[in-house]
Design a protein around this ligand. Structure first.
Ligand SMILES: *Cc1c(COP(=O)(O)O)cnc(C)c1O
Length: 373
């Protein structure tokens, strides 16, 4: 069986360091917002080209607190992509704002800046691009649009920690950038965790207040806050793993290059790195109209694959009220029907990648043989 991710294998590759880090936390006896959280905040902010990090309970909470800190509320529009995980839009909705979806570019499958320009209205407050699968969104035109219309930019960098665009790390473009440490992300905790990174000191302070019940000192509450803290155990684990992140991302790029070579010439669309960008391959996502049959074929050969995401957000029951039917965003809808993510994780071997590629090839050979009968 070749899985899409092997967290036990990753643990075994760094077991002594992880075990020691966890034991230290248990001995120290501080479990929320302690020294390890502060160290991780500093290290991760630096990794993303920012000055401040604020650890929170999940990537979803990072988005939620970002919206709150920017005071997005009823009547405010936030432009984002319909081809993403639900949290990107749900946290706009939760704070009373309206997500305004814009279709994706067919190649990168990230939000199309030309569509963004057309979607701006007098009520638009912010742009919320997602760096899907580890590929940066087209930040130059997006930042120019934001500048022109005086909009805030919030990056959903949950899938792209370590990616860069024209030499600048993802996470350093927005006023606030949201990270997820969900276990299967590029940098995964052993449970839920997230962070907001920023270069804006006042914003960092405001979010720090929000994550601990809206108060800077104990039992004094200045505003309506949350309990959304990053805990010391997760921070300790993440600090150990952060030391390997650049190496792991480099290995992902190596695997992607191997897939590129082995899958060339097949009637499938391969992922293509944006010019001037560094893709970190949270996913290696191919496209074919025969996606479901290919997935079943690979599954029968013990090769696990995944579909991110089978239903774009504008077609979810959750967003029925927006009144956006089938055909509203044809590129997102076509992507949802065609994408398939193949196994890619730092511990997968070249032999396993070759086995996956051979199986994909066998599917299309079998297809051709049958259609020429
Ligand atoms: C994972 C993810 C989130 C949510 O992060 P959690 O830590 O799971 O709450 C948000 N946006 C995107 C694009 C994601 O991939």
């Amino acid at each position: 069986m070749i899985p899409t991710c092997d967290l036990a294998a990753q643990y075994h590759s760094i077991q002594p360091e992880i075990d020691a880090a966890i034991r230290e936390v248990l001995e120290a006896g501080t479990f929320t917002l302690g020294p390890r959280v502060r160290d991780l905040e500093r290290e991760l902010a630096a990794f993303c080209g920012c000055e401040y990090g604020v650890g929170v309970a999940s990537g979803t909470d990072a988005l939620r607190l970002a919206m709150d800190a920017l005071e997005i509320g009823p009547g405010d529009e936030v432009i984002t992509t319909p081809f993403t995980f639900v949290s990107t839009a749900s946290e706009v909705t939760r704070c009373g704002g309206t997500p305004v979806f814009v279709d994706i570019e067919p190649v990168s499958m990230n939000i199309d800046p030309a569509g963004v320009e057309r979607a701006v209205t007098a009520r638009t407050r912010a742009l919320l691009p997602v760096h899907l699968y580890g590929q940066p969104a087209d930040m130059a035109p997006l930042m120019a649009i934001a500048e022109r219309h005086n909009l805030r930019v919030i990056e959903d960098a949950a899938q792209a920690m370590g990616a860069s665009y024209r030499g600048r790390p993802v996470g350093s473009f927005g006023v606030l950038s949201c990270m997820s440490f969900f276990p299967t992300k590029l940098l995964g905790a052993y449970g839920d965790a997230g962070m907001i990174v920023t270069r804006d000191r006042a914003m960092a302070d405001k979010i720090d207040l929000l994550r601990r019940f809206g108060g800077s000192t104990r039992y004094r509450h200045d505003r309506l806050g949350y309990n959304s803290r990053l805990d010391e155990l997760q921070a300790a684990v993440l600090r150990v793993k952060l030391r390997s992140l650049a190496r792991w991302n480099a290995r992902r790029r190596e695997i992607a290059a191997l897939y590129d070579r082995l899958l060339a010439g097949l009637p499938i669309v391969l992922p293509r790195e944006r010019r001037g960008a560094l893709h970190v391959y949270q996913e290696y996502t191919i496209r074919t109209p025969r996606r479901d049959a290919l997935q079943a074929f690979l599954g029968a050969r013990e090769i696990e694959t995944a579909v991110y995401y089978p239903l774009p957000l504008h077609l979810q029951e959750l967003y029925r009220d927006l009144g956006l039917g089938v055909g509203s965003f044809p590129e997102a809808e076509r992507a949802a029907a065609e994408v398939l993510s193949l196994p890619i994780y730092p511990e997968v071997s070249d032999d396993q990648v070759e086995e996956v590629a051979a199986a994909v090839r066998a599917f299309f050979v079998a297809r051709y043989a049958r259609s020429s009968e």
